[in-house]
Design a protein around this ligand. Structure first.
Ligand SMILES: [Zn+2]
Ligand SMILES: [Zn+2]
Length: 330
């Protein structure tokens, strides 16, 4: 029912693409990250909270059909529904059913509850298209609760020494997860403009996060001992230099690799990801009950081979053009 084409994952029967990277008439968008949600589509179909993000990023005048999770639409006999992917607010797996055959396209996902997005739900299917950003056995992430304790402990220590704490995580997704778990009794929280903007969009869907937009006029004394949440693009900018003295940490799944922290020039790395690690990927694939798996978006080859050899599944690697995780992790 699905084909992997130059423009993206395509369903000919419904004439619809999923996360296409070139303009098409009808697009289903799994979530609001820029490598999945591109401009120029005739019509968009996405979760209602992703719709808010798309309008703010791609223009208020785009045509969107919004769906709640589990709600279905029928396009030329294909029943299409969206299911929680647990990646960021509004992120969805896409289920397509036609004449008894069921496909699920995961989009980006993770299987731990981040306290912000609706948790991932396995969706039974015959054919499962999975991402594999961290599809190697070296990627085994600690429990998020333990990581948040570490972050808060580090912040408290910095604050006690009169030093600011800068936490880097991409503006849409990671920042909100960090903000949700910061211990506000430690000190004030400030936000980079990109994070404040993302929060403002999400506020219209009822999401509230702590932190004040850090404006140039915000005094040094006010910021003293604060936690400041910013996207990784803030590294090596004059904006960041104004926050001296500070210690800075990057929050990312890649922080599990020794050397990444040093290469990025940060003091600390916290292993905090919006993608599934190796164990989650394996559990997710098995939980679908799919006998046929397509692996995209990461370590396609090794993970597909593993699924064939270890789980006896029919698994193929699919190299989707434009599947760079630019915004997702770093
Ligand atoms: Zn992605
Ligand atoms: Zn993403």
């Amino acid at each position: 029912m699905l084909k992997f084409t130059e423009r993206g994952v395509y369903c000919p029967q419904a004439d619809v693409y999923i996360d296409p990277w070139e303009p098409v008439e009808r697009a289903i968008v799994t979530h609001g990250h820029s490598d999945h949600a591109r401009r120029g589509m005739g019509r968009y179909l996405c979760h209602q909270h992703t719709a808010l993000i798309l309008r703010s990023r791609l223009g208020a005048d785009i045509v969107i059909q919004e769906l709640a999770y589990q709600q279905a639409v029928s396009i030329n006999g294909v029943r299409i529904s969206l299911h929680p992917a647990g990646h960021i607010i509004g992120s969805a797996q896409v289920r397509l059913a036609y004449k008894g055959e069921v496909w699920v396209v995961s989009g980006d996902y993770k299987c731990v509850n981040d306290g912000v997005s609706i948790p991932y739900e396995p969706v039974p299917c015959h054919h499962f298209v999975t991402e594999s950003t961290f599809g190697l056995p070296i990627y085994r992430f600690p429990q998020p609760g333990a990581v948040f304790s570490e972050i808060n402990g580090w912040w408290a220590q910095n604050a006690a020494e009169g030093t600011n704490t800068v936490l880097l995580g991409y503006a849409l997704g990671k920042s909100q997860v960090i903000l949700r778990h910061l211990d506000t009794s430690i000190g004030p929280i400030f936000l980079h403009g990109a994070v404040a903007n993302a929060n403002a969009v999400l506020a219209s869907a009822g999401y509230q996060f702590p932190g004040d937009y850090l404006i140039p006029e915000t005094g040094r004394q006010t910021v003293k001992g604060a936690a400041i949440v910013a996207p990784p693009s803030a590294l090596n900018t004059s904006w960041l230099r104004k926050l001296m003295p500070y210690r800075i940490a990057l929050c990312s799944g890649w922080m599990q690799l020794r050397g990444t922290r040093r290469r990025k020039g940060v003091d600390r790395g916290f292993v905090l990801s919006d993608h599934a690690d190796w164990d989650q990927l394996n559990r997710a694939v098995i939980a679908t009950g799919a006998g046929d798996v397509y692996v995209t978006h990461g370590y396609e080859g090794p993970f597909a081979r593993w699924l064939r050899d270890q789980h006896g599944l029919q698994a193929s690697e699919v190299h989707l053009r434009g599947a760079a995780t630019v915004e997702d992790e770093l």
